[in-house]
Design a binder for this molecule. Structure first.
Ligand code: ASP
Length: 604
């Protein structure tokens, strides 16, 4: 029961069971219609909509959309012909006897009425307007549903973790830098002019410290802050469901992760089958051209490197040649293939070679460069039938595969195969421990100073068979790390951690992080490891991403109450904003550290 100072019921509670009774409800005027001396108001609260009938014009006055009103009236059954499935309260209406305006509303910058919204979110103004008036945007029932869904997911996750004996521990936001591969946001210290806090890129080091502290099963809905460049659908601050466990390995953490996914999806009405499928990082790249493959559909990449081993076509004389099938693609016009070229160029490729299979012939720009034998076997090799097309990419293995992976997903999108109500989970496992620092496909900030960067973060444990040799062959060394992927999006990931100082030092050595630098940056963790650190492992879910996947929206901004724009600005509050000279002086942002040495080493 939602009775309170202002109402006897919330709207969704008004139904046939209350016919003939007097009730008081409160909410926004969703819409007003005046019909032959009568006024109909649709009243909206968080729970739903109710039709209110007012037959005395004096009662309604000049009430307009989005006024907040309190209405007392008698519940009446609607005639059968007027019952509506569109409202939770579609069988009844309220015959108003008293209408009180609790708050008026200015003319709206855009309509938030659920009736308008039913026509689709396409009718909304641009996102800038929605973000500036976020409080109105959130009032829309679709956004209310998304917030509720996210809350339900958080609740289900907490319940799941609670059942598995996890304890929520909060870690601080004002800390020392965490090397997760992004730039830090920093906060000046007024009491220590010239010194700065960093906001955590994740609680990684702190949760590892908690393991050394004896918390065996930690979790936290944690705020993380990463100062990254513009990239689609990222936020400078975001939420992780972060967890860490002692005396466990990869399998144990994955089991916990699966249980959480199972329970969260179940709470939202979906059955996720466990164990969740697994794929190695290499297979994911080879077959799907992505380390976060979308498995809602098939259409694996076909490696053609051997096939074109002796090709006369110069463009295909490369380390790697791959292909992806476009079933039905032969129907595309020349102009559409040209558009695909532009599409690929926007993604950093030089172009997108293709061949078309039509009427028993192979056409397209590639065809005439191939040998007869290559042309003959092509359809069978790529699995094409008459009416299909195929795209190729040739060059260095990883970049070419990544391009084909994007093509594969774009084809699926155009074929309507990206069903948002279908959830294809997969664990990606068997990651390399390191990646090349100069990897053109990576936008992370360099953690160390060598040719090698951590694939996950510097605290990831090498796989058992690499413990002795990882530093001799960083290119091939493997780790005990895992990512959870859903519908082509990375939803989370984690690893077994290094709990031995000797291994940690060797990893730092490969990364080109010297003893002194390590000591300055995270000496507190290395020191702690010298006092008996239990083996531990963990993971984190990107909670904004998980919520967006569940809500079936492409944008994490849709599941964050007050998100920032692509450019990191908050259009509602106007952050970031300049500060006054007095504030600058007080916070000490312009101060240099007193200790010159500290300054020098900070610059190293
Ligand atoms: N700290 C990692 C991240 O933020 C997750 C983990 O390894 O637990 O991506």
């Amino acid at each position: 029961m939602s009775s309170s100072k202002y109402r006897t019921h919330s709207i969704a509670e008004i139904g046939l069971g209350l016919v003939g009774q007097s009730v008081t409800v409160a909410g926004w005027v969703d819409r007003r219609r005046d019909l032959g001396g009568m006024t109909f108001l649709d009243l909206r609260d968080h729970s739903g909509l109710l039709q209110v009938m007012v037959d005395d014009p004096k009662l309604v006055g000049d009430i307009r959309a989005e006024y907040v009103v309190q209405i007392t009236g008698t519940v009446a059954e609607r005639p059968d012909s007027q019952k509506s499935d569109n409202m939770v309260t579609g069988d009844v209406e309220l015959d108003a006897t008293k209408v009180t305006v609790l708050a008026t509303s200015k003319q709206l910058p855009f309509q938030v009425s659920s009736i308008v919204e039913n026509k689709g979110e396409n009718n909304l103004p641009g996102e800038d307007v929605r973000l500036k008036y976020r409080f109105l945007d959130l009032r829309r029932p679709a956004m209310q549903k998304r917030l509720s869904l996210r809350a339900k997911m958080m609740w289900a996750a907490r319940e799941s973790l609670h059942k598995m004996d996890f304890e929520e521990v909060e870690t601080p936001d004002l800390i020392k830098s965490t090397p997760e591969g992004a730039r830090d946001f920093v906060v000046p210290s007024r009491l220590h002019p010239g010194s700065w806090y960093a906001l955590p890129q994740s609680p990684q080091l702190l949760k590892q410290l908690l393991m050394v502290s004896g918390v065996e099963r930690y979790y936290q809905f944690a705020r993380c802050f990463r100062d990254e460049d513009f990239r689609a659908d990222r936020q400078p601050e975001f939420t992780q469901l972060d967890l860490e466990m002692s005396y466990v390995g990869q399998e144990d953490v994955m089991k916990v992760g699966e249980q959480i996914i199972h329970d969260v999806w179940k709470a939202c009405g979906y059955e996720v089958k466990t164990p969740i499928a697994r794929i190695s990082w290499k297979d994911a790249m080879d077959k799907y051209g992505s380390d976060k493959p979308d498995l809602r559909f098939g259409n694996q990449l076909v490696e053609m490197t051997d096939y074109f081993k002796n090709t006369p076509f110069r463009l295909f004389q490369q380390d790697y040649v791959g292909a992806v099938l476009y079933s039905g693609g032969a129907a595309l016009h020349r102009r559409q293939f040209d558009e695909w070229q532009d599409w690929a160029k926007q993604r950093g490729a030089k172009g997108l070679a293709y061949a078309v299979f039509k009427d028993g012939e192979i056409s397209g720009p590639v065809a005439k460069h191939l040998s007869d034998a290559e042309r003959e076997g092509l359809a069978a090799k790529v699995g094409a039938h008459d009416g299909d097309a195929v795209f190729f990419s040739a060059g260095d293995r990883e970049s070419s595969q990544l391009l084909l992976g994007m093509v594969r997903r774009e084809i699926a999108r155009r074929q309507g195969l990206l069903d948002p109500k279908k959830f294809a989970f997969v664990w990606v496992v068997d990651f390399p421990l390191f990646k090349r620092t100069d990897d053109p496909n990576d936008d992370h900030v360099q953690v160390g100073h060598s040719a090698w960067s951590p694939m996950h973060h510097p605290f990831t444990m090498p796989r058992e068979d690499w413990i002795d040799t990882f530093d001799k062959d960083p290119e091939h060394a493997m780790s005990n790390a895992y990512d959870i992927v859903c519908n082509g999006l990375e939803m989370g990931g984690g690893s077994e951690r290094i709990h031995r100082t000797d291994i940690q030092n060797r990893v730092l050595n490969v990364l080109g992080i010297g003893q002194q630098e390590a000591q300055e940056k995270f000496g507190f963790l290395l020191d702690a490891f010298q006092y008996g650190a239990p083996p531990h492992a963990g993971m984190a879910f990107g909670w904004d991403r998980a919520s967006a996947i569940m809500a079936g929206t492409d944008s994490i901004r849709d599941v964050i109450a007050f998100p920032k724009t692509h450019a990191g600005t908050d259009l509602l509050t106007g952050a970031p904003a300049p500060i006054s000279a007095a504030q600058r002086a007080e916070t000490g942002v312009d101060e240099k550290p007193e200790d010159e040495q500290a300054q020098d080493s900070a610059e190293k």
